[in-house]
Design a protein around this ligand. Structure first.
Ligand code: BTN
Length: 283
């Protein structure tokens, strides 16, 4: 064990109670639960480099150096669900681009079924409740030359802490505790999330990609929103009219529209209030 890891003792999340309630075949069957670590992606990276199997999951109650997308830090206090899944071998390289969206979809579905809240997916990788961020997804990859060795699917869910009391995130984020008003069963959320992930992961890259889009369309809250997208330092403002594929969207700009590949996006900003959606059917 590296010096940055502290073995867990009295955390709320216990590996035995997770294992007892898991319904998956592979995901989470190899499991490490920690009180605290720098980032579960760091721990999973180390373990994957040492040969950890496909489906290994690392979960921590707290991260001291949680990472978000685009080099941002991710506030990860005690009471969150901070987890990383090792995918080995990942599917085709192109499908990796779909992973953040599929991860967000799995989280939103799990929160709906295990907590009963109307969480929805905000392209490209967020789970939100009333436009406040509840969860995010970070995918990191490892190559040997041109060969993809493994992918790390990092998932962060603001769970049993008050995001509303944390100055850094209170304006734009929420948590399950804030939303429900009482602590939720974290083990139930984790087991439900791993089950959703396992089911959806098998569909990526198959003909069933369209099925994922169908599932997504029921709990997506990005379509009809006005967004600013940065692509290679070029700004595009328009209405996200629909998903083209799992890895691209259609952006309506005036009377034209263009397809934006998720893989080339540097940042996305949602403009305007959540309930003032712009109606657009343009393709
Ligand atoms: C984002 O929305 O910017 C992505 C946030 C991803 C956070 C998770 S928490 C578990 C894993 N470990 C990290 O350091 N980051 C991801």
């Amino acid at each position: 064990m590296g010096p940055d890891l502290i073995e867990k003792d009295d955390s709320i999340l216990e590996s035995d109670s997770i294992t007892r309630r898991l319904t998956t075949v592979l995901f989470g069957r190899a499991l490490l639960v920690l009180d605290t670590c720098t980032s579960t992606n760091d721990v999973a990276l180390k373990m994957a480099l040492e040969g950890a199997p496909h489906g290994l999951v690392v979960i921590a109650d707290e991260q001291t150096e949680g990472r978000g997308r685009h080099g941002r830090s991710w506030i990860s206090p005690k009471g969150g669900i901070w987890m990383t899944l090792v995918l080995r071998p990942p599917k085709y390289r192109h499908d990796l681009v779909a992973l953040p969206l599929v991860g967000a979809l799995a989280i939103a579905r799990a929160l709906r079924s295990s907590v009963g809240i109307r969480a929805c997916v905000r392209w490209p990788n967020d789970v939100v409740l009333d436009d406040r961020k509840l969860a995010g997804v970070l995918v990191e990859t490892n190559f040997s030359g041109d060969d993809l060795q493994f992918a790390l699917l990092g998932l962060g869910v603001n769970t049993n802490f008050h995001a509303s009391l944390l100055a850094e995130i209170s304006e734009q984020s929420t948590s399950l505790l804030d939303a429900v008003g009482a602590p939720v069963d974290g083990v139930e959320v984790i087991c439900s999330l791993l089950s959703e992930l396992e089911n959806l992961y098998h569909l990526i890259g198959s003909d069933a990609g369209a099925d994922i889009l169908q599932i997504l369309s029921k709990i997506d809250c990005s379509r009809g929103r006005r967004i600013r997208v940065l692509l290679d330092h070029q700004e595009h403002i328009g209405v996200l009219s629909d998903y083209e594929t799992l890895t691209s969207i259609r952006l309506a700009i005036d009377h034209e529209s263009e397809v934006i590949e998720t893989g080339s996006v540097t940042s996305v900003e949602y403009l305007g209030a959540y309930n003032t959606r712009v109606r657009s059917n343009s393709k």
